[in-house]
Ligand binder design. Structure first.
Ligand code: SF4
Length: 257
């Protein structure tokens, strides 16, 4: 990787945005695009009404921080770390053009080896059954992988994983060692063993890195950002019942329930 060139291209990318997407932004967030797969109106509400804090989201954020603790390092420190022969862990902002829009995001966890991303991992905490992979979760991790490749990283051996966890059921020690535990089992191909040891509380979905799938996912959603159409709203009462905006959302199906 030519790190100076990457830095130059990133600066140009950030400067090149024209604030011409919906909500006057230059780049759509990966998590927002993924959110459109759940309910596009929820993304719209987050912009127009602001984030609504709920017990579930603040609990999810605190589990997230416990399981993947992060501290900032310098650019030089990052480069030195990811160049190593042994697997190392570090994340960086990912960016690039997919479909007809600029996209930007921050993955949860990346395992590196000699400047090559080997595993890109998204952690999804849940209170319920972890054995379902939702379309938004799949889209999110596939888009992150595609952006890494667009940035110029060698993604020929990249694999993607979504790990769904009932974090509440993990012991303090399991939480503390979570990153090491998951990374090691992924790298050694011992996923079944990891799941068996955490039966009912952890499920690992391994996905193929696929830029074409990411392009298709973004193209399916970009009309909203390009202001070509108004946001779709959920047709599922259960989604609305579980939604933080159910009492404020003009499209909430709970009104007629
Ligand atoms: S209440 Fe229903 S329609 Fe409104 S944002 Fe939530 S899920 Fe979407």
């Amino acid at each position: 990787m030519d790190w100076d060139d990457l830095q130059k291209r990133e600066k140009e990318f950030m400067k090149g945005g024209k604030h011409n997407l919906r909500h006057n932004i230059s780049s759509a967030g990966v998590s927002d695009i993924a959110g459109q797969f759940f309910c596009e109106y929820k993304v719209e509400n987050a912009y127009t009404l602001g984030e609504v804090p709920t017990e579930a989201t603040s609990e999810g954020t605190s589990f997230h921080d416990e399981l993947i603790p992060q501290k900032p390092i310098s650019r030089e420190g990052f480069i030195k770390l990811v160049k190593q022969k042994k697997p190392t862990f570090a994340v960086l902002r990912v960016w690039g053009k997919l479909g007809d829009i600029q996209v930007i995001g921050m993955p949860d966890h990346i395992v590196w080896n000699e400047e090559r991303p080997r595993w890109l991992v998204e952690l999804k905490t849940t209170k319920g059954d972890p054995t379902t992979l939702w379309p938004d979760q799949r889209a999110q991790v596939v888009i992150y992988g595609a952006l890494l490749e667009k940035m110029g990283f060698d993604c020929s051996d990249l694999q993607l994983a979504v790990v769904r966890v009932k974090a509440k059921d993990l012991s303090d020690e399991e939480k503390m060692l979570w990153v090491m535990l998951v990374s090691k089992h992924l790298a050694e191909g011992r996923i079944e063993e990891l799941e068996a040891a955490h039966k009912g509380k952890m499920k690992v979905y391994v996905l193929k890195h696929d830029v074409a799938e990411a392009e298709t996912a973004v193209r399916a959603m970009q009309g909203y950002w390009l202001k070509e159409r108004e946001p779709y709203s959920s047709t599922s009462l259960n989604k609305c019942l579980a939604c933080a905006y159910r009492d404020q959302c003009p499209k909430s199906l709970t009104r007629s329930a």
